[in-house]
Write a protein that binds this ligand. Structure first.
Ligand code: BYC
Length: 321
């Protein structure tokens, strides 16, 4: 295609974006837009799938049947989100096999947060409260992102994340109203999950390589720092209700700006985890590869079954013809 034609297609595309008209799989889109979406959506899908592991670790040890049922449902929801998102990436021409291969080889990224261990039951509360809270903050704006299938998938995902956040906060509330040991456990979980939760929003705006373009394309509707700030402002009063302390001596209300000041994130730790050297990166990938290999017989059986169904349909059609 000539450059002139491409430019006019690109201008028309940007006009649609500027008028908030969603882009659908069969619409023309710049190759960089398609690639950016595949990158973000597949990373998001991997995060949901790997995100099942830290919590899955506590299903057999949940303190009551009610807690076990809720946690089991939550982890199953994450699996559903992952499948939804892989489906959305497939509408852009990405193959599921190649996405999964990239995850297993360590080439693909997934959220840094899931490379931290879940040491006590309170971690399940802290993940629901903080990690799902951060996820909602980041994902509600994605419900109005410019790519239709991603935006639509996010609607259901966000509804389920809201339930997850409530169950996490309720676990924290129960622990904080319990014995001194239980409250100490909740405080310890907050101490360990607070900073990694802030890191979920990604690098500072000045360091975020993709933000400017993704915002111009309305894939991202707010910057990493804007969403992080909202998350801090939302979490401070919630910690007060729980009666536990956010592990940041610099956190305080700034009257002039109408938001909280907070301390500097340890970006060296963040990039170290993103590059694969966090406390659990290797274990997470190993567990995923093992689960994938163990599920091979199910995938093979599904292929054989669908092939048989297809043949039977063909035979029935030729009989009735
Ligand atoms: N961890 O230019 P930037 C969940 C990477 S699932 C690892 O700001 P972008 C949940 C980034 O990929 C949570 N890597 O990028 C599940 C890029 O690397 P590449 C996941 C990170 O894309 C189960 C580089 O750093 N949520 O909530 O504009 C249970 C530069 O960053 C991280 C989503 O995926 C990180 N934290 O913005 C409970 C939501 N941050 O690709 C909860 C959708 C950045 O150039 N994704 N990087 O190699 C997004 O909104 C955006 O992709 C991000 C990053 C805000 C995460």
């Amino acid at each position: 295609m000539s450059d002139a034609k491409n430019i006019s297609l690109e201008e028309k595309f940007q006009e649609k974006i500027d008028s908030d008209i969603q882009i659908e799989p069969k619409d023309w889109m710049p190759e960089r837009y398609r690639k950016t979406l595949i990158r973000q959506i597949s990373q998001h899908a991997h995060s949901e799938i790997v995100g099942m592991l830290p919590e899955g670790n506590w299903i057999t040890r949940a303190p009551s049947l009610r807690r076990k049922v809720a946690l089991l449902a939550k982890v199953q929801d994450e699996a559903g989100h992952g499948l939804y998102l892989y489906g959305a990436a497939e509408t852009l021409g990405a193959s599921r096999d190649s996405m999964i291969r990239d995850l297993h080889s360590g080439k693909a990224k997934y959220s840094s947060i899931f490379n931290y261990p879940t040491l006590t039951w309170a971690d399940i509360g802290a993940i629901g409260w903080l990690v799902d809270g951060a996820a909602i903050m980041n994902q509600v704006p994605l419900c109005s992102c410019s790519y239709g299938p991603y935006a639509r998938a996010m609607v259901r995902v966000c509804k389920e994340e809201s339930f997850h956040q409530r169950q996490g906060f309720e676990i924290m509330m129960t622990l904080c109203n319990g014995t001194p040991e239980q409250k100490a456990m909740a405080q310890d979980a907050l101490n360990r999950w607070w900073w990694p939760s802030l890191m979920m929003f990604g690098p500072n705006d000045a360091e975020s390589s993709h933000s400017a373009q993704s915002m111009a394309w309305k894939i991202k509707r707010f910057s990493n720092d804007e969403l992080r700030q909202r998350f801090v402002d939302m979490s401070v009063p919630q910690a007060k209700i729980l009666g536990i302390t956010i592990p940041d001596p610099d956190i305080k209300w700034n009257e002039e700006r109408g938001e909280h000041d907070f301390g500097e994130i340890d970006w060296e730790e963040f990039w170290n985890v993103v590059k694969g050297n966090g406390p659990c990166n290797k274990e997470r990938i190993k567990t995923r590869v093992k689960a994938y290999d163990a599920g091979k017989w199910v995938r093979d059986a599904a292929v054989v079954y669908s092939e048989k169904r297809r043949k039977r349909k063909e035979q029935n059609l030729s009989k009735s013809a």
